[in-house]
Every structure is written in C-alpha cells, then in structure tokens.
Design a protein around this ligand. Sequence first.
Ligand SMILES: *[C@@H]1O[C@H](CO)[C@@H](O)[C@H](O)[C@H]1NC(C)=O
Ligand SMILES: *[C@@H]1O[C@H](CO)[C@@H](O)[C@H](O)[C@H]1NC(C)=O
Ligand SMILES: *[C@@H]1O[C@H](CO)[C@@H](O)[C@H](O)[C@H]1NC(C)=O
Ligand SMILES: *[C@@H]1O[C@H](CO)[C@@H](O)[C@H](O)[C@H]1NC(C)=O
Ligand SMILES: *[C@@H]1O[C@H](CO)[C@@H](O)[C@H](O)[C@H]1NC(C)=O
Ligand SMILES: *[C@@H]1O[C@H](CO)[C@@H](O)[C@H](O)[C@H]1NC(C)=O
Ligand SMILES: *[C@@H]1O[C@H](CO)[C@@H](O)[C@H](O)[C@H]1NC(C)=O
Length: 611
Amino acid sequence: MLSARGLCLLFCAAASATQLLDRNLVYSSPFVGYPQFSHDTRKIEARHVRNVKRQVVGSEGFVDEHYPTFYGGDFSNSAFLWGGGINFTHSVASGDPLDDSVLLWTRAAPASGGAQPNQDIPICVSFKIFDNPSLSGRPIDTGEAFTTYDVDFTLKLEATGLKPDTTYWYQFADCLDSSSVSPVGKTRTISSPDTPADQVNGGKPLTLAVFSCSQYQAGWFNAYGVAAQNTSADLFLHLGDYIYESLGNGAKIGRKTLGRELATIADYRQRLNQYRTDSSLILAHQNAPWITVWDDHEVADQSWKAGTADSNDTLIGCSFSPSGACFTDRKLAGVRAYHEWMPIRQVDVSDKLRIWRNFQIGKLLDLTMLDTRQYDRDITDLYYNTDINSIADVTNRSLMGAEQENWFYSTLSQSKARNAVWRVVGQQIVFTQLDESTGFDVDAWDGYRANRNRVLDHLYQNNIDNTIILSGDSHANWASDLAHPNDTVTYNSATGQGAIGVEFAGTAVTSGSSFGTGILPAAADVISTTLVAVNTDLQWSEGSYRGFFTLTLDPHFANATYWAMINISNPNFDAFPSAKFVVQNGANKLARPVAGGSVAAGVLKSSVVGH
Ligand SMILES: *[C@@H]1O[C@H](CO)[C@@H](O)[C@H](O)[C@H]1NC(C)=O
Ligand SMILES: *[C@@H]1O[C@H](CO)[C@@H](O)[C@H](O)[C@H]1NC(C)=O
Ligand SMILES: *[C@@H]1O[C@H](CO)[C@@H](O)[C@H](O)[C@H]1NC(C)=O
Ligand SMILES: *[C@@H]1O[C@H](CO)[C@@H](O)[C@H](O)[C@H]1NC(C)=O
Ligand SMILES: *[C@@H]1O[C@H](CO)[C@@H](O)[C@H](O)[C@H]1NC(C)=O
Ligand SMILES: *[C@@H]1O[C@H](CO)[C@@H](O)[C@H](O)[C@H]1NC(C)=O
Ligand SMILES: *[C@@H]1O[C@H](CO)[C@@H](O)[C@H](O)[C@H]1NC(C)=O
C-alpha cells in the first residue's frame, strides 16, 4: 500500500513526473540536447504512462505531461512508483561546490533481494540538506527526484540556496517511506568570488587533497581514508584514472576485478560499482565534496581524441574486445557511466564532452581543472607508433584543443586581473620536462612541447605569478620549479630564481610505480638520484610509495605535504608525511632550502648536486 506521503506525491502534484525525472541530473549527462546520446526523459515518462495505462481502468486516451492521475483502480496493484523499498547501495557523495550550491549523489537501487524490478517503475528519492550534523530544524533545501534502471539507479541533484563557505549535512530517503534513509553525508560550499583572500574559509587556510591513479586490483584505497581521517582536507581533487578498464590480478589481496576489459555501458557501470565498495573511498566521498577530472583509463589506456592504445574506429581497433565495441562507442559508454557515478557538473550543455571548468574560491585562488586527455588531444604514444618524440615540437599539436587552450589562457589572465592570489591548475599529466634516462614520456607534456611552451610563454609574457600546477598519471612523486625546459639562463635551479611557478605531481593511490611495480625505497632512490641530477627543474623525486598529497593555501603560503602509505595490501590508515614543501606568495618557486632541506622519502636535488 502507498503511504499518505505517497498519495500526496501523486495527488498534490507539486512536481510533474517529467520534472522529477529532470531533477535527476544524471539523465541529462553528458549529452543533454543530443537525443541520440542523452536520455529523453519525456520518452521515459511516456513509456511509464503506457505501462500504467495497462493497469488503470478508464485511463485510455490519457494524454498528460503530468504524472498519471489515479482513476479509481486498486493502488496496491498499480506500479506508479517503486514501492518495494530502496537500498542505498553506495552511500552518498557530493561534488563541484559553488558559493550557493553543491551536487549531491546517491544510488537508490530497489531492495529486492537481488531481483531487478520492472524497469519502467520510477524510484522516488527525496533529499534534505541541513546546516547541522544532527539534521535538526528546517532543512535548507529539500526536494524529490526519480531514478530508474536507465541510469543504473544513480541520482545526482543540485542542492541550492546555500550560504558561501559553509558546511552542510545531507541525507536521502525513500519518498514513500521516510524511515528508509541513506547514510548522512557532509559537504560544503566555497567562498564567493569576491571574498577577500584572508577571509576565505573563515580566515583559516584551505586544504585540497589531491589524488590520481586508483587501480582496484593493485591495492586498497587507503590514501582516500587517510586524507578523510587524518588531514583537514576541505576539497578532494581527483586528477584522473579513478577507475581502470583492465582486469589485472588482485585476487591475492582480496581485490579481484569483476567483469572483463571495459567496452560497453554495462562494463563501465559494473567497474564503478565495484570500485565504490572500497571503504576508504566511501568514507572520503561521504566526508567532503570532490572535484574530479578524468584521465585516459576512465575510457581506456592512452586515450586521445580518435582512439586508445587498443581501440579506434577501424575494424582492427574493434576486434580487441569481446563486445566488438569500437572506440567511439566505448568512449561514449565510459563517459556516460562516469557522469552517472561521479558528482560532477555538466559544464556546458552545448559542449558535449566538456569537463574543463574553473572555480573562483574567493580572492584566494582560481582552481582551474583541465582535460588534457579526452576532449581534444592530438595523437599520443599508442605503443605501435614509435615516432611521437619526433613530432613533439610540431607547433599546432595540442593536448587540449584550441577552444580549451584559449579558455585556459584567458582564465589565467582573468584570475590575475581579478587579483586572485593563487592559480591552482588541476590536470592529468606531468608538466615538467623529465628525461627519464630511457627517454621522455611522450604521453605527458613532453610529447607536446610546443603546447607546453605556449603555456609558459603565456605566464612569463603576462607576468602571471603564483601558478601551481597539480599533476597525476605518472605513479611517482615529483616537485619542480616551473621554467622553460633546458633554460639555465633565466632560471637558476639552485636558487629557483627566474621560475614562474611550481609543479606538484603526485604518486598513484595504488597503481604500480613507474620505476617498477613494488620497487622498494632504496632501489627507487637510486633512480631518483639520477633523475634529480639530470633534470634542471626537478627538485624532488620519489618512486616507491603510493599515496596522495595535500595543498594548504592562505594569502601568504601554499604548502604541499606528500603522504606515503605504509601497506596497501590490506585496508588501513597507516601513513607518514614523506616531504613538505613551502611556496611563498610572489616567490614563484619552491622555497629554499627545498623541503626544508630534508625529506623522509625520495631524493632532493640539493642532496645530490649540493647547493
Ligand atoms: C543492498 O545492496 C548491497 C550492496 O549491493 C547488497 O549487498 C545487499 O544485499 C542489498 N540489500 C538488499 C536488501 O537488497
Ligand atoms: C587501430 O588499432 C589497432 C589495434 O590497436 C591498430 O593495429 C591499428 O593500426 C589502429 N589503426 C589506426 C588507423 O590507428
Ligand atoms: C598542423 O600543421 C601541419 C603542418 O603545418 C599541417 O599539415 C596540419 O594540417 C596542421 N593541423 C592542424 C590541425 O591544424
Ligand atoms: C632539452 O635538452 C635535451 C638534451 O639535449 C633534449 O633532449 C630536449 O629535447 C631538450 N628539450 C627541449 C624542450 O628543447
Ligand atoms: C606554510 O609553511 C610555513 C613554514 O613552515 C608556515 O610558516 C606557514 O604557516 C604554512 N602555511 C600554511 C598555509 O600552511
Ligand atoms: C602488508 O600487508 C600484507 C597483507 O596483509 C602482508 O602480507 C604483508 O606482510 C604486509 N607488508 C609489510 C611490509 O608489512
Ligand atoms: C589516522 O587516524 C586513525 C584513526 O584515528 C589512526 O588509527 C591512524 O593511525 C591515523 N593515521 C595517521 C597516518 O595518522
């Protein structure tokens, strides 16, 4: 039987069914306005109306944009709404906070003991957001939305009318049974763009926790848990490779990956579903808003705009997969599943693939998130093509595509013009030139050298200072001054003079070290010793530990703390800070002595070349 609450939902007609479908942003992600790619909520509603009509006497010819009205049939038999109970299978998450709103996410699967319900029955979920952890008093925002089988029962909606720089707690419930609730999530808004830098975050430093490369089969996601449990991180940033399309062998540590190499929407959903069962990841999503961008593995290894290492739209490129999915279909599936499962906004409804976006966090910083990978990247190293290094200097090669690149430069300039203290750029791949003895990683900025010069030129020529580039992808730790590669005239690597900013590149949450999977600290330090000696801008290298780093900003300093996990073969919160770096407002370099002159892991340039 429907409760009184359920009846009201049908009769009180506060919101039409289409509105309830549309309130769930997942239906319109990522390709709203492109009927061939997005979910047409009118069709979903029409399908449901047809089904209900079969059960409701006297409603023939019923044409209404609104939710079907009760015509006297037996409610207890009529599948207007799923009434069999909800299972909030993956807790809650939030993301992309602005000064007055934030996205809230959950998954509301039918609690059916495993059986799928009729796919045509919408599941109605309500939410409430409060300014206190006991959820007392009047909610600041509340509402209802539908989810269905079409979107894997995911639900993403925007809580609005919030105050800047404020912490909130939220919870979802079954519209038909207010006692059936999700876990409580904690989230927050950011400062309004014009908030003076020293008043952002209530005058306390703002901390970002930065992650990349979390491969399920390679280990437990302890880094997320340590960041949530043991740091005061306000925002969680993921720079990509949040999932991997590969299977691997994680069985021996209890991390056997389900399914197959990802190609179809069902594959990508199943993988995200499994990753999101990690307890540290659940904790981290529940505790703070995330701001994420994808790298290659959210689609497949070595993605670029027209393919990946093992897929393209030629017949050979389709044959790798059991499903025979070609690149375009595979990418569409990967992108759609990502938008279903991640608390990310669709930035521009008319720009299908765009996730590059900017957050103005008071006058303290602009946080600029780029997509160097899926949006419009020119060809990369695909293993069977061997000549990328020879084309790395080609002027018009781009990692972002012209539109995004121009937007990036104007965003940097606008940030300076509005007197934001810091420009923090979250992006996928290592920016600094790294001669790794075996050559350059041409899948990083080293394969797009003209593009890198354009970025550096823009900073130098416009005197844009206090830029901090954050990078992932490489599965190792690097801290560098930003300068033109090989420039020992303008830039002095001993003092840092002449640099235009810094790069903090972080190791993987779990993925194997690029120095060799499982490499021990002593062996990794041998390699790091060579790398810091050979590479002018590189000031610290560490290749053994998995982990993450934090960046803590106030108007005077931007300080990075790198965290090393002790053991990712089981779930734990054991970690230690491996290095701490200080950047002073206006200095545009790592403060000397770099890392205070000593680190707990890895190798400092100053300890090798002795300055
Ligand atoms: C709820 O979902 C979890 C995770 O998928 C599952 O283990 C559990 O059996 C489900 N419970 C019900 C009542 O459906
Ligand atoms: C497409 O991918 C296949 C398999 O990786 C590769 O052998 C083939 O050369 C690729 N074709 C093009 C045009 O890149
Ligand atoms: C890039 O430049 C090369 C050489 O000038 C030219 O052949 C190519 O068409 C250009 N590509 C684009 C996308 O402009
Ligand atoms: C810097 O010098 C190295 C060694 O000569 C060279 O391989 C590399 O291409 C140079 N980098 C740039 C950006 O010119
Ligand atoms: C950064 O580190 C410096 C030197 O240890 C310290 O004085 C300052 O308070 C720190 N600032 C922030 C924002 O963490
Ligand atoms: C890490 O944990 C695994 C599994 O619990 C254990 O077998 C291994 O000995 C641990 N490694 C270290 C270095 O303690
Ligand atoms: C993090 O906090 C947990 C729980 O308080 C504690 O057990 C663990 O040792 C802490 N880890 C670190 C690195 O401080």
